[in-house]
Design a protein around this ligand. Structure first.
Ligand code: IPM
Ligand code: MG
Length: 406
């Protein structure tokens, strides 16, 4: 951290203020922006963006858990719920209304459900619900996407991998989120000189974009098991050659972190062959998208995995990595745990409120220990519950202040 600050203050990894580090959020100063609350209480503005499909269901459950865990730690939240994605398209004709963006931007942290659905699948590109996500990521400048993938002892048998391969997996994927082929120019579909249609995108990384995500990753690895694997395709892609060069150059500032490099095709294979070899992975936008879905399956269900997207300044964006799951939307079947755990990441990384975050994490473990399971993580002998009931059980565990041990 000190080294990061000395060499380039602009690269202060997560978030914004000197002294605050991604890996040590408790050092964050309290960001109290609203009028003074009850004495001894801290107040935060939280933007809720439920979005589409199962989004509203999981957000309403996670909101209650967040409120409850916060209140036990003297935190007060002012929630502002705004439409994004398909919901916003239906209401006002654009995926990210200005009011929604402004509310998000002015908040202390943002909790997002999910975006997209069949109904809008054939929309023109600029009217697709997913554009809301890209605008949010780009305009909030949340370049660092943290996607933990942990196999909980309670869910080892939900993994598609053999118990001995899956047991004990605990990794953090650090995905670059605002650059690469997702945003690179030129891009488009046009007709070439032979009259044939061609589609093209550009994988583009500037040195500073690589450096800042690499620093977040080194800092993250340093606070974990000290191992960082940078994933690229440097045997083929120029952008990856620069990526590898920049990441390698930074390694001398982090002598306590063991840096390795891996081509993405090999990484995809190693993830299912021997996932325990990974501690922290850093990679570009599109490889991170793909590898984090793969890693999620090792843990048993994509319905379990939270994420945090953080920038140098401004609010972080916290969301489950599962999508909107339109096939089960509105049926009370969704697993709310990924969103509940995203609320925990919001507390920890977004607000620096580690104690409240721990309350939520412990309550989730406690609820799983009691055998409550949604359909996606169900195995015989457990209690099958819906989204709401799972939320109520987590709330009960938050209330009972149980500290589960795993
Ligand atoms: C994710 C998602 C998004 C992405 C989609 C919904 C645009 O897959 O957050 O991983 O590709 O980034
Ligand atoms: Mg994805």
């Amino acid at each position: 951290m000190a080294a990061a600050l000395q060499t380039n203050t602009r690269l202060n990894p997560i978030n914004l203020v000197p002294g605050r580090s991604l890996a040590n959020p408790s050092r964050a100063p309290c960001r109290v922006r609203c009028a003074a609350a009850s004495p001894g209480k801290k107040r935060f503005n939280i933007a809720l963006l439920p979005g589409d499909g199962i989004g509203p269901e999981v957000i309403s459950v996670a909101k209650n858990v967040l409120q409850q865990a916060g209140s036990l730690e003297g935190l007060e939240f002012n929630f502002q719920e705004m439409p994004v994605g398909g919901a916003a398209l239906d209401l006002v004709g654009v995926p990210l209304p200005e009011e929604s963006f402004t509310a998000a931007k002015q908040s202390d942290a943002i909790l997002l459900g999910a975006i997209g659905g069949y109904k809008w699948d054939n929309n023109e590109k600029h009217l697709r619900p997913e554009m809301a996500l890209f605008y949010l990521r780009r305009d909030l400048k949340v370049f660092a996407n943290l996607r933990p993938a942990t196999v909980l002892p309670q869910l080892v048998d939900a993994s598609t991998l053999k118990r001995e391969v899956a047991e004990g997996v605990d990794m953090m994927i650090v995905r670059e989120l605002t650059g690469g082929i997702y945003f690179g120019e030129p891009r488009g579909i046009k007709t070439n000189e032979n009259g044939e249609e061609v589609g093209f995108n550009t994988e583009f990384y500037a040195a500073h974009e690589i450096d800042r995500i690499a620093r977040v990753a080194f800092e993250t690895a340093r606070k974990r098991r000290g191992k960082l694997c940078s994933v690229d395709k440097a045997n083929v892609l120029d952008a990856s050659i620069l990526w590898r060069r920049r990441v390698t150059a930074l390694a001398s500032e982090y002598p306590d972190v063991e840096l390795t490099h891996m081509y993405v095709d090999n990484a995809a294979m190693q993830l299912i062959r021997d996932p325990k070899q990974f501690d922290t992975i850093v990679t570009n936008n599109i490889f991170g998208d793909i590898l984090s879905d793969e890693a999620s399956m090792i843990t048993g269900s994509i319905g379990m995995l939270p994420s945090a997207s953080l920038g140098v300044s401004g609010p972080g964006l916290f969301e489950p990595i599962h999508g909107s799951a339109p096939d089960i939307a509105g049926q009370d079947k969704a697993n709310p745990l990924a969103t509940i755990l995203s609320a925990a990441m919001l507390l920890k990384y977004g607000l620096g409120e580690e104690k409240a975050a721990k309350r939520i994490e412990d309550a989730v473990l406690d609820t799983l220990n009691k055998g409550f399971r949604t359909g996606d993580i169900y195995s015989p002998g457990n209690k099958l519950v819906g989204c709401k009931e799972m939320g109520e059980e987590v709330l009960k565990s938050v209330d009972s202040k149980v500290t589960a041990t795993v």
